[in-house]
Design a protein around this ligand. Structure first.
Ligand code: NAP
Length: 247
């Protein structure tokens, strides 16, 4: 039996664990940071919480006798991706990254590409009603803008109401349909969307909705990590890579 660690937190990570669990010689172990109150069900084993940096991850890989690692974390989860790279190199364990191609603007899209959240916040016009979908980290810069109204979507409502400049929190977890996104944006009279360029299908509905409504999108570019890691863009590529490691 071969233990395969999946660093998760994405729908692709769940799909990979479900696929690998059908293989009688593979034991998939999904690892989550532990930030979401009720994570999605996943087949195979589940562990939660940080490892304690690179050193902690190396220790985990060796003590659990992990055969191979998939980094299926979100394209903006930079630290864990760097840690996985260093830890697997140090422990001499094969690593592949299961990730998504970033979205590309299409006809009808009105994107304003920015490098980070600070730049995204700066570029929101005075008086805008912005739909903020960049996650619950780094929300303060938005709230410091007292001249805008924000509709902030998070997976879990904050335990205590954060100091929200002017606006509203809503809780929701994808995938979201285009119709629901259109209704939501219309309902709140949103005139701008702020999004990370995360790629993938599960959160693409809001991008199509913005296109249909003719709304501008402030789009945060994905980080460039420049790590020499095998990249898989689909479950099939991931399975083939693992098969290659087993042979
Ligand atoms: P991050 O900044 O890259 O990582 C910070 C620390 O959190 C890591 O050093 C590690 O702690 C721990 N960690 C992160 N992912 C982990 C995992 N899958 N299993 C165990 N420990 C993990 O991470 P982040 O951006 O906060 O993302 C946290 C989780 O949310 C990830 O699983 C990611 O896939 C998911 N997520 C992130 C975003 C986003 O926009 N960043 C969006 C959707 C989902 P130790 O150093 O102690 O090991």
């Amino acid at each position: 039996m071969y233990k395969v660690l999946i660093l998760g937190g994405t729908s692709e990570g769940v799909a990979l664990a479900n696929k690998l669990s059908a293989d009688p010689i593979i034991i998939p172990i999904t690892s989550l940071a532990g930030r979401t109150r009720e994570p999605k069900d996943v087949q195979g084993f589940l562990r939660q919480g940080g490892f304690g940096g690179v050193e902690g991850l190396v220790h985990y890989l060796k003590s659990e006798e992990v055969f191979a690692v998939f980094d299926a974390t979100h394209p903006f989860a930079i630290q864990i991706t760097k840690n996985a790279f260093s830890a697997c190199k140090s422990a001499k364990i094969p690593l592949a990254r299961l990730t998504r191609e970033p979205w590309a603007a299409e006809t009808g899209d009105d994107w304003h590409n920015v490098e980070n959240i600070a730049e995204a916040v700066e570029s929101i016009p005075v008086g805008a009603r912005a739909f903020v979908t960049t996650g619950r980290q780094e929300l303060e810069p938005y709230f410091e803008r007292r001249d805008i109204w924000t509709l902030v979507r998070v997976i879990d409502m904050p335990a205590k109401q954060l100091e929200l400049g002017r606006g509203k929190f809503i809780a929701g977890r994808g995938p979201f349909s285009v119709e629901d996104e259109v209704d939501l944006m219309r309902g709140y009279g949103v005139d701008l969307l702020v999004s990370k360029n995360s790629g993938g299908q599960s959160s693409y509905g809001k991008i199509i909705a913005a296109r249909q409504l003719g709304l501008p999108v402030v789009m945060v570019r994905p980080p460039e990590l420049k790590l020499e890691t095998i990249i898989c863009y689909s479950l099939n590529e991931a399975s083939k890579w693992l098969e290659g490691c087993l042979n």
